[in-house]
Design a protein around this ligand. Structure first.
Ligand code: PMP
Length: 387
């Protein structure tokens, strides 16, 4: 047929069926290809064809107004899923959540005098283990208005003494899948909620999120990470305006093509009453998490994070990433232990945690996961043989 296969790195040949025996199982990146089969099943209805002359202008000037229709679909989606209360909140589009994370920091840290009347930068913090891009982005701007100040726990109980704070809260968290709450509170603390994984295939949804600044994206929701499309809900008008101004200075707004793709794909998700995609996604994640747990249950050398059951007993907890701990005293570099067994993970220190931990991505395609599981099984069975 018309479908061109991109082979998993361990496979080759015309139909990706030729296995490369000693190839490493790559569980490093969070490329969410586990949802590809769902979209293959909806190939015709979600095809996007755009003629060369079509939709050439900047999206903000387009009369056909894809943005308004897209906004409607996004608000409907949250209502159907029940993961966010979007009423009374402004919406902004960005190139993935990545662009919006930074827009949020800029929106929340206007140059203004502190309570002690000086102009010190707002402290940007997150709780370890956290997604490394928060720190990387904050550092690269080297701004006078905001500054990376590390792990939130360092500032707990001190946050009422030392200037303004911006705390990132990632829930469920990357890398460990925990539902998180802000650590810092008070009038001088602003919170950015990164809800990239707050969807039913990654977590139970105890309540609709209803915070002042919430960021969502297509990447982990539908798997269309390559479209680079995300959105933010913002309660405060002044913050919204600053973010909006940043986005137009940074990129003249979101891509017309990305918006069209998002519209077509999200319309399908809503039309399926949010069931089709999430049922498939959840089933896949649950199978993977259960198989991994089963394989590692025999191990004394490796352990997995515990996911607390939240509210509804029929929902078995799942996670996008395994947060593996190497238990043996000598295994202080868990990444190296796994690498020697031909498994590529992501080091704990990337998330500002100990290297005794490593992250394994469970959201790649089925071949990736199957190979990962084989390799872990091999590792665990070596434990059982004495000597
Ligand atoms: N936030 C978190 C917690 C993530 O894990 C990721 C992707 N790995 C992102 C944001 C960025 O995703 P995107 O820009 O594709 O929306």
């Amino acid at each position: 047929g018309e479908v061109a296969c991109i082979c998993n790195s361990c496979y080759g040949g015309q139909d990706c069926s030729v296995f490369t025996p000693n190839c490493a199982a790559d569980a490093d990146d969070g490329n969410p290809l586990f949802l590809e089969p769902y979209w293959m099943n909806h190939a015709a209805t979600t095809a996007v064809v755009v003629s060369g002359w079509n939709r050439m202008g900047y999206a903000y000037e387009d009369d056909s107004n894809i943005s308004k229709e897209l906004e409607k679909i996004i608000r409907q989606l949250h209502a159907v899923v029940g993961n966010a209360n979007t009423s009374g909140k402004y919406i902004l589009f960005g190139a993935g959540s990545t662009q919006l994370l930074n827009a949020a920091i800029i929106g929340l840290s206007p140059p203004h005098p502190d309570r002690d009347h000086s102009f010190s930068p707002a402290s940007v913090v997150a709780s370890a283990p956290f997604y490394q891009v928060y720190k990387q982005q904050t550092d690269i701007y080297n701004s006078l208005n905001f500054k990376w100040q590390g792990d939130t726990s360092t500032w707990k109980n001190k946050s009422d003494q030392v200037g303004n704070f911006i705390e990132f809260v990632t829930s469920p968290n990357n890398p460990d899948g925990q539902l998180k709450e802000p650590i810092l509170k008070g009038p001088y603390v602003k919170t950015i909620y990164d809800y990239a994984y707050y969807w039913p295939h990654f977590t139970a949804i105890p309540t609709p999120a209803d915070s002042d600044l919430m960021i969502f994206a297509m990447s982990k929701l539908t798997g269309h990470a390559g479209s680079r499309f995300g959105w933010a809900f913002v309660k405060d008008e002044a913050v919204y305006k600053r973010m909006s101004s940043y986005l137009s200075i940074n990129s003249i707004g979101a891509s017309q093509d990305a918006q069209l793709r998002a519209f077509v794909v999200l319309r399908m998700v809503v039309k399926d009453k949010a069931k089709g995609l999430f049922e498939f996604g959840y089933k896949t994640m649950r199978e993977r998490w259960e198989m991994l747990n089963k394989t590692l249950s025999k191990s004394k050398r490796f352990s997995l994070q515990k996911l607390e059951p939240r509210y509804c007993s029929f929902f078995k907890e799942v996670t996008a990433y395994a947060w593996l701990k190497c238990e043996r005293e000598e295994d202080h570099d868990c990444y190296a232990v796994l690498r020697a067994a031909r498994i590529i993970s992501r080091k704990g220190s990337v998330f500002s945690a100990e290297d005794r931990y490593a992250r394994l991505s469970l959201i790649k395609n089925q071949d990736d996961f199957d190979l990962l599981l084989d390799r872990i099984d091999e590792l665990v069975s070596q434990e059982e043989q004495p000597g």
